[in-house]
Design a protein. Sequence first.
Length: 184
Amino acid sequence: RDPDQTRAALDAIEESGEEALAEMRRLVTLLREPSLETAPQPGLADLPALVAGASASGGRVDLQISGEAVPLRPGTELTAFRLIQEAVTNALTHAPGTPVAVEVEYGRSTLDVVVTNPMVGAPQSPGGGFGLFGMRERVELYGGVLEYGPDEGIWSVHGTLPYTAGQSARSGARSVPTSRGPHS
C-alpha cells in the first residue's frame, strides 16, 4: 500500500542479492583455481618489488602512484596487483624492449590502474593465452571495468575498481574490450 516503502524493500533485496552473487562468483573463481599457497597474497604495497623484478629481468618499467592511498578490501587490492602483474608481463613478452608505464591513481571512489607500452618498433609476439580474459574476469568480480587496446601506437590496459561492493553493484559496470590486439 506504500509504494515508497515497497521500493525501499525491493532495493534492499536487490542489493543483498547482487552482493551474494558477487561473493559466489569470487568463491567459484577460487575453487576453479585452487592454490596451495598459505602465504599472504600480494597487494599494492608489493608493486615496487614487482617493478624491481621486471627491471632485473631486463624490462624497463616505470611506476607512478598518485592520490591519497585508501585502505582497500584484500580482494580489491589483490585484483589490482594481479591486473598490473599480468599487463606488465604481457607488455614485456609481446613488445620486448619497449618501456612500460604503470600508473595507479586513488580517486574519490575508484582505484584506476593504467599500464601502457609503445607498440611502434617493437617486435610483436602473438598471444595465445587467456591473459586479457582473466584480467577482465578478475576486475568484473569486484564490480570494475576493464578497457584495453591500441591507441595511436600505444597499447593500454585500463582497469577501474570501485572501493566498495555497494558502489559497484549499482554502477552496472561492464568490461569493454576496445580491441583485441597482439597481447593476450
